[in-house]
Design a protein around this ligand. Structure first.
Ligand code: SF4
Length: 371
């Protein structure tokens, strides 16, 4: 059987870099008037889990060819790009992957990014999304390097259900020990992201919420995420989506909830508060309640391709600029021109197009550009 090669993105079809002078004057905004505020940085395409909604084992098996280290952006290149993005208005950096804690000495990158400042001298909002498998070991080093908070993916309380979602033999208890270590190290608040697949783990919503309330109280916020048609390999079906409205209804029947205002424009989660003061809960509803209208997020792939949407098919290669003659001003102007042209709103269009979503090219895989 030949090597298992899934084209992450068709390199031959990188989007052409716009003329850096084409950027519009005035505050940076895309075609829908959205500012650039968040940058998600994928630091590796590798992961030690095989979550069925992101990297299904049948596709990403032992023959799968991950990116060679030489093609990854170095920490210095990532930091240089992040500095340019901050100059364009970015105030929040999220490190993702694959599993970012698999990238060797990632705390060294955290240290470099934590030293960046907004033009007014204020610190950036620097966070990281992890599956928690290495968090117990890394929490103190990450905090010392300057990380302030962390998001942990955890799709069930029951080990067998957890295994059905992530397809590896990793106990929930070890992920929770990572959360304990992160809290003890001072990383807070901690968000727990649970991707809900109807018929697989939706019966775990209440038990997981109960356990987290009892174990951590308000220090940990559970967010349930609707199963999304990201990439082209996760076999997405609408009948496996449990709408967030139903999630809230189910949980509120056990732990009454009341709605909260968003923390900031562009926040992906709808926030709720337990009426009994037991903390917060959130839902992220890309399928049934699209939030493209305020989407202020850009995504940087592991080897320097810039994507305008989680459901994009093609990106712009910034690595060529980084490793070529371009200075920061030229790179900044190019990114500004890219953002100016942005009109992505896939989730809104999906809703309009109905099951199967809008027709279009193959979507990029989530483990490559970060969730
Ligand atoms: S679908 Fe794309 S444009 Fe819409 S919220 Fe998600 S990333 Fe943003």
């Amino acid at each position: 059987m030949g090597e298992n090669i899934i084209p992450l993105v068709d390199w031959r079809q990188d989007l052409p870099l716009p003329d850096p002078l084409a950027g519009a004057a005035g505050p940076l905004a895309d075609r829908l008037g959205r500012p650039l505020h968040d940058l998600r940085i994928s630091v590796t395409d590798r992961c030690n889990f095989r979550c069925s909604y992101c990297m299904p084992k049948e596709v990403f098996d032992h023959q799968y060819k991950f990116l060679p280290h030489s093609s990854l952006l170095s920490f210095e290149e990532i930091t240089r790009l992040a500095r340019v993005f901050v100059g364009l208005g970015v105030r929040k950096l999220r490190l993702t992957g694959g599993e970012p804690l698999l990238r060797k000495n990632v705390e060294g990158l955290v240290e470099q990014l934590a030293a960046l400042r907004a033009p007014d001298g204020s610190a950036l909002d620097l966070t990281l999304t992890t599956n928690g498998s290495l968090l117990e070991r890394k929490a103190v080093a990450l905090q010392r390097a300057g990380l302030r908070r962390v998001t942990v993916s955890l799709d069930a309380l029951d080990d067998a259900v957890f295994r059905r979602m992530n397809d590896v033999d990793f106990p929930v208890a070890d992920v929770l020990r990572g959360v304990d270590a992160a809290l003890a190290a001072g990383l807070a608040p901690i968000k727990i992201n649970m991707v809900v697949k109807r018929g697989t783990n939706d019966h775990e919503i209440v038990p997981l919420a109960r356990h987290l309330r009892e174990r951590y109280g308000a220090a940990v916020v559970l967010r349930c995420i609707e199963f999304m048609d990201v990439g082209a390999t996760n076999g997405w079906r609408m009948d496996e989506v449990l709408p967030s409205a139903e999630v809230v209804e189910r949980l509120s029947a056990v732990f009454p909830l009341e709605p909260l205002e968003p923390n900031a424009v562009g926040e992906t989660a709808q926030r709720w508060r337990y009426r009994d003061g037991g903390g917060e809960f959130g839902v992220i509803s890309s399928v049934t309640r699209a939030f493209c209208r305020d989407c202020n997020r850009a995504r940087l792939s592991t080897e320097g391709r810039l994507f305008m949407c989680l459901f994009a098919s093609r990106g712009h290669d910034l690595r060529a600029l980084l490793r070529g003659e371009a200075d920061d001003a030229r790179i900044g102007a190019t990114i500004a021109a890219i953002w100016n042209q942005r009109d992505d709103r896939y989730s809104e269009l999906r809703g309009a197009a109905g099951p199967g979503g809008p027709a279009g090219a193959r979507r990029v895989e989530m483990h490559y550009i970060g969730g």
